[in-house]
Design a protein around this ligand. Structure first.
Ligand code: LRH
Ligand code: MN
Ligand code: MN
Length: 423
């Protein structure tokens, strides 16, 4: 039986239960009339590097059936999108993914209903055929020749992106220092800005540059773009097309990420996200697996701030996942991440903003908490499933993926000893 009819059968079996759950929430909660449409419009890009089993520096335990080529990665994201209808884009990392024939790759992606989200550059590793080393940094490097090599690489990545129809580049730098005294902070900052300006100058007019920050790792004393303030001050020096990118795992413990998001948005410099979750650091765990309330609070700020500016929720920011999976089937994990993001978004759309604002003005702290927690404790999964169903997706993607034994088929096609490129 083909996938479409399997999905049809599966949905038919679950529809009565789904309708009962949907009725329940519709009777129980005041739902804005456009909520389902907003959920349907909201697409989250899948990172090409999350499709294989990730490793840590202590080891890598590859699963079977992993994609070995860019074509297979696109096919995996196409499969996710076929199931959830909400991951209609892929984010590539160059040189892990080099499209040999851009037109063919573009066509393949289009056949799966996929667009290309931000392309990512990589100056945090040395490649086999590379002339100069990034051991002591790339865009900040003391040697102009190393900086030039890194700048040229970024411009190359933009070109690949243009060929594929991408509209943004994400620059994440591991540049920094491991020991006190190693680096002149001011020079490193100035050199980085100067290099970024050269990359920015190569940006097509309808493109955006996202500058991602990260507190530490692989450098453990200083990181040159280490927090939102450093990224913000740099993108301000670049121009209107440059924005800060927030990766949820890139903060020091207990950082108030929702406040950072709110301020960047207010300043017009929030570019987008790398969604994941974290307990300790850059853990790259499934979105919403550790701190679902924080994810909701972030979306609460996003909906509030974007509405205040008249922004389009679906289109005006880059929504991407950045995750890595040591112990799960990566495809199941990505389905879980997308669902967690949709749940947080749906809940944020349910917040009674007038009531919240009134409670804030009256300094009614208890009422503020009641409003937000009331929403965060509401089970909105039937709303998310309804949006998916209306788009032709699967009622419960993870359950379906298992019942259809998709991993088994991928192992049959690709073998049991496969290693996808990536971290
Ligand atoms: C760095 C990072 C960045 C990279 C990706 C592989 O930790 O979050 O986004 O490009 O991981
Ligand atoms: Mn990231
Ligand atoms: Mn990271």
């Amino acid at each position: 039986m083909n996938l479409d009819s399997l999905i049809q059968d599966y949905n038919n079996q679950g529809i009565a239960t789904h309708n009962r759950r949907l009725d329940f929430i519709q009777n129980d909660v005041q739902i804005p009339s456009n909520l389902i449409q907003k959920l349907k419009d909201f697409q989250i890009a899948i990172p090409s590097w999350a499709l294989g089993t990730g490793g840590t520096r202590f080891g890598r335990f590859s699963g079977g059936g992993e994609p070995g080529t860019l074509e297979e990665k696109i096919s995996d994201v196409g499969l996710l999108h076929r199931l959830n209808k909400s991951s209609g884009a892929i984010s590539l990392h160059i040189p892990w993914d080099i499209p040999s024939d851009a037109n063919a790759i573009k066509k393949l992606a289009a056949d799966h209903g996929l667009a290309f989200d931000a392309v990512n550059s990589n100056t945090f590793q040395d490649q086999a055929n590379q002339a100069l080393s990034y051991k002591f940094g790339s865009l900040q490097h003391t040697d102009r020749a190393v900086r030039k090599q890194a700048i040229d690489h970024n411009i190359e990545v933009i070109k690949h992106g243009v060929d594929l129809g991408s509209k943004s580049i994400t620059v994440w730098l591991s540049d920094g220092s491991c020991f006190p005294g190693q680096l002149n902070f001011r020079r490193a900052y100035e050199r980085t800005v100067e290099s970024l300006k050269e990359i920015y100058a190569a940006l097509p007019s309808d493109w955006k540059l996202f500058l991602e920050y990260k507190a530490y790792e692989p450098n453990f004393y200083s990181t040159t773009v280490g927090d939102w303030g450093q990224s913000y001050s740099m993108v301000n020096k670049l121009g209107d097309k440059a924005y800060t990118l927030v990766d949820l795992g890139h903060h020091l413990p207990n950082a108030n990420i929702e406040q950072i998001v709110s301020l960047l948005l207010m300043e017009g410099k929030l570019g987008g996200f790398h969604f994941n979750d974290s307990k300790y650091g850059d853990d790259d765990l499934t979105a919403g697996s550790m701190k679902p309330y924080q994810l909701f609070l972030i979306f609460n700020e996003l909906v509030d701030g974007m509405d205040a500016k008249g922004m389009n929720h679906a289109k005006d920011l880059g929504w991407m996942i950045d995750a890595s999976h040591n112990v799960k089937d990566p495809l199941e994990d990505l389905l879980q991440s997308v669902e967690a993001i949709q749940i947080a978004y749906a809940q944020a759309l349910l917040v009674d903003r007038k009531a919240l604002e009134a409670a804030r003005e009256a300094n009614d702290v208890v009422r503020c908490q009641e409003i937000l927690q009331g929403v965060a404790r509401t089970d909105v999964r039937a709303l998310v499933a309804q949006a998916r169903l209306e788009l032709g997706g699967v009622l419960n993607p993870v359950e379906f993926y298992r019942s259809a034994e998709i991993r088994k088929q991928l192992i049959q096609q690709r073998g049991s000893k496969t290693v996808a490129t990536g971290l």
